[in-house]
Design a protein around this ligand. Sequence first.
Ligand SMILES: CCCCCCCCCCCCCC(=O)CSCCNC(=O)CCNC(=O)[C@H](O)C(C)(C)COP(=O)(O)OP(=O)(O)OC[C@H]1O[C@@H](n2cnc3c(N)ncnc32)[C@H](O)[C@@H]1OP(=O)(O)O
Ligand SMILES: CN(C)Cc1n[nH]c2ccc(-c3ccc(F)cc3OCCn3ccnc3)cc12
Length: 392
Amino acid sequence: AAKAAHAFWETQPVTQFSAERSAPELPEGAIQPPQKVEDVRQEPYKLPSAYEWCTCDVNDAQEIVEVYTLLTNNYVEDDDNMFRFDYSKEFLRWALKLPGYTSQWHIGVRAKTSKKLVAFISGVPARIRVQSAVVRMAEINFLCVHKKLRSKRLAPVLIREITRRVHLRDTWQAVYTAGVVLPKPLATCRYWHRSLNPKKLIDVGFSRLARNMTMARTIKLYKLPEQPLSPGIRPMHPADVPAVTALVTTYLQQFAIAPVLSEEEIAHLLLPAAGVVSSYVIGGEGGRVSDLCSFYTLPSSIIGNPEHSTLKAAYSFYNVATSVPLEQLMTDALILAKQDDFDVFNALDIQHNEAFLKDLKFGPGDGFLHYYLYNWRLNKELQPRQVGLVML
Ligand SMILES: CCCCCCCCCCCCCC(=O)CSCCNC(=O)CCNC(=O)[C@H](O)C(C)(C)COP(=O)(O)OP(=O)(O)OC[C@H]1O[C@@H](n2cnc3c(N)ncnc32)[C@H](O)[C@@H]1OP(=O)(O)O
Ligand SMILES: CN(C)Cc1n[nH]c2ccc(-c3ccc(F)cc3OCCn3ccnc3)cc12
């Protein structure tokens, strides 16, 4: 018998595909009525008998290795199964220890006998503005089931369990992104790639030599200046945090969905951390900051390539240009990423990115990243340029 499509997601407080077209629009906002923490189920959901829940302590040197190992071998691959995300241990600690985090939302599943970590899902607290409503949410990420345990309906159990634990902390909404289509995208964004090391990208099969181009011509096409164009651009440092918070807060106001970031969160997310996140600022008058560009480090393993094992990719993060043209600021981001030996610079068509993607020689990727809200209805899908939030 044909499996019911979205049998799990049809049970969840998310906008359904089948939502009546003709019915009068339902009110925007929470889909479920408010619940009380004391009414939340106290017991964890039931796992298959061979498995048990665990909470992963990302501060524990051994446990972070277990999370890293599960993800590096079993996390997201591109459509052609040539590349798999290789989030580093330092990156995972950074992404999971946002201010206000709880290890209760770093949920693992272990095999009872071997104690091997076979699945994981995470949440971190965030304040997300959706149009004019600022909502306390969980940002859900790093959902992963070991390749050997796929298609056993484990994912719905992981999702129900993290939902229960988020409810226990009086939080009733969530935001997440995925490359797969689920009920029901809030926004559907495309990703674009800008070659920095075209020879390696062609050698590993990430890019193909254009039919009318030689390798020499291709290398020349993507060549960048040795030094940034913007005078005074420099790495962000702790003293910049208040000014950067002001700059980013003002900038994010214009988007329909964006995070509301405290100085502490800006410091955590944007202060440079080697191998994790890079941020550069242009100083304004009196300690103000007029421009910011930032990108995070997310390599991908190259599956089955003997010569190259990893693709070093930079991902566009938060960029604000007020004293120089955005194209110039992003050209500086490319130059600085190239200086840091990145092979490729990736960006979604969100924020103001459409304005520079083509001019700066980005090429379209082969897929989409869909944004989702849990227990929050919006009656219209957003355009990518209305999205201010970047999910890691
Ligand atoms: C108020 C708080 C609320 C908090 C929670 C909010 C919600 C958070 C939601 C999570 C957000 C995560 C965001 C995130 O981490 C970023 S998206 C990356 C997700 N991870 C990967 O792609 C890694 C590689 N793949 C896997 O590990 C497995 O294939 C996974 C675990 C993906 C599915 O394991 P499986 O062995 O292949 O499949 P079954 O167990 O048999 O389950 C099949 C059911 O799972 C649905 N499915 C498949 N992929 C999904 C995905 N990416 N999101 C949500 N649902 C997904 C699918 O539609 C089906 O449901 P349906 O029958 O209704 O169609
Ligand atoms: C966001 N975070 C949840 C990880 C995640 N999950 N699923 C995804 C699908 C696309 C992107 C993505 C986001 C921005 C970008 F510029 C390129 C991207 O993908 C490159 C191609 N690719 C797909 C898979 N492996 C490589 C991220 C993700």
